[in-house]
Design a protein around this ligand. Structure first.
Ligand SMILES: *Cc1c(COP(=O)(O)O)cnc(C)c1O
Length: 420
């Protein structure tokens, strides 16, 4: 064959096509493209879960210095072991054990590239043929996308909006069968801002025990709570049902770009003894690669030396933002917010579509809002909740107030009554 005539028959994995239409980042990018750049108003983004671009949401100096020191020490230019540096695993085990009635050891902890990577790994581990998984609705769409890619059947259970977004446990019981690999519990909650009580979490664990399924506890918002319920880790109840605890420094330490997370196995009753889970997890870490070694090297310092004031300042800030967002939303009858957020960085509102003249659904609302008000919100369909919206309140107060004001002007302008 002549040069240039060769036919490269390369085809990609078509399962990957179209994923950005339903992924948080894909939808937000599409909405941002709809913002008129020549508009006077600056764009405000209350659609994603990364407040680090707002002043007042900077990580602690303790963490910054720990990374610099680790880097300069020249001790961490090497590859780390696949499951993470022993010192980092030990530090995370120690950190998580502070809130548990038993002690985790370093061997129970695996270091991952953020919590998203921990999700990816645990779903790879559980993806045996025929497996299904129970996911919350509304939920975090990364689980759906990863489960789909790993060909795990997805079964959604509802969070109940007028019961503080608690889990519908009757439904969980009805959905589970012998092929159910796990149920996912996100607490504190994204996207609802809910924080579950000790009693509810205990009931969740008892249900999992009854069904004989482990719990994947996504605790990436651990301790980011500011309501009446304190944060209680699911691992407290791990003697009832084994728990995979997923976390990272992305949210509590405001360092999502550092890509440092973990997957911890909480199984004090040794329910996993004699089965293959441990070996599958070990095997999985042979075919993935973890975060940079110097970030891992900084983890003991970060977890041990961050001052309490850093955490309490962030929680006070989030509490103030949540309160203002909630009360300003109460003044917008086109929206209904069932729960004043008590944790995380988000709240959910229902769009009262019947009150609008020309808004077809949640995506239509968000597209027009981007175009007319340069404000970006996340449409609920992305989280399985059509005609709802997720609003991030972790933002600078002025941007938050301005943003919610823009929602109100938009609603007034598109109101059914305004047309007459
Ligand atoms: C942000 C988030 C993650 C991902 O966390 P990273 O550490 O940035 O990978 C996982 N789960 C939930 C519920 C999140 O909100």
């Amino acid at each position: 064959m002549e040069n240039g005539e060769k036919n490269f028959n390369v085809r990609g994995n078509e399962k990957l096509i179209g994923s950005s239409d339903t992924a948080i980042r894909g939808v937000l990018a599409l909405l941002k493209d709809n913002v008129d750049q020549s508009m006077q108003k600056p764009m405000i983004v209350l659609g994603h879960g990364d407040p680090t671009s707002f002043s007042g949401f900077r990580t602690t100096q303790v963490a910054e210095e720990a990374v610099i020191e680790a880097l300069k020490s020249a001790q961490y230019n090497c590859y780390a072991p696949t499951v993470g540096l022993l010192s980092a695993r030990g530090a995370v085990a120690e950190y998580l054990s502070r809130d548990l009635p038993y002690k985790l050891s370093s061997t129970n902890v695996h270091i991952t590239s953020g919590c998203a990577h921990a999700i990816e790994i645990i779903l790879m581990v559980l993806a045996r043929p025929g497996a299904n998984i129970l996911l919350p609705k509304p939920g975090f769409p990364y689980y759906d996308a990863r489960a789909e890619f790993s060909e795990i059947e997805i079964r959604h259970y509802d969070l109940i909006s007028d019961r503080g977004w608690e889990i519908n446990l009757d439904q969980v019981e009805a959905l589970a069968d012998d092929n159910t690999a796990a149920m996912v519990v996100i607490n504190p909650g994204n996207p609802c801002g809910s924080v579950y009580s000790y009693q509810h979490l205990e009931q969740v664990a008892m249900t999992a025990q009854l069904l004989g399924i482990p719990i994947i506890a996504d605790e990436v918002y651990d301790h980011l709570t500011f309501g009446s319920n304190p944060f209680v880790p699911m691992g407290v109840f791990a003697s009832l049902a084994p728990v995979f605890t997923l976390g990272s420094i992305s949210k509590r330490w405001l360092a999502p770009g550092w890509r440092l997370g973990w997957l911890a196995i909480c199984d004090p009753a040794r329910n996993f003894q004699g089965n293959t889970i441990d070996d599958c997890i070990k095997g999985c870490f042979n075919i993935v690669s973890g975060p940079p070694t110097f970030i891992q090297g900084a983890i003991p310092q970060i977890l041990e030396n961050t001052r309490e004031e850093f955490f309490s300042d962030i929680n006070a800030k989030l509490k103030e933002c949540a309160g203002i967002a909630y009360s300003k939303i109460q003044e917008i009858p086109w929206l209904t917010c069932p729960l004043k957020p008590e944790g995380s960085m988000f709240l959910m509102v229902r769009l009262n579509l019947g009150m609008f003249e020309d808004v077809a659904d949640d995506m239509d609302f968000c597209l027009k809002l981007a175009r007319e008000e340069a404000l970006i919100l996340l449409p609920g369909f992305v989280m399985g909740m059509k005609n709802w919206l997720r609003i991030t309140f972790a933002a600078e107060l002025s941007a938050l107030q301005d943003g919610i004001g823009r929602i109100k002007s938009f609603c007034v302008r598109h109101s059914l009554a305004a047309a007459h």
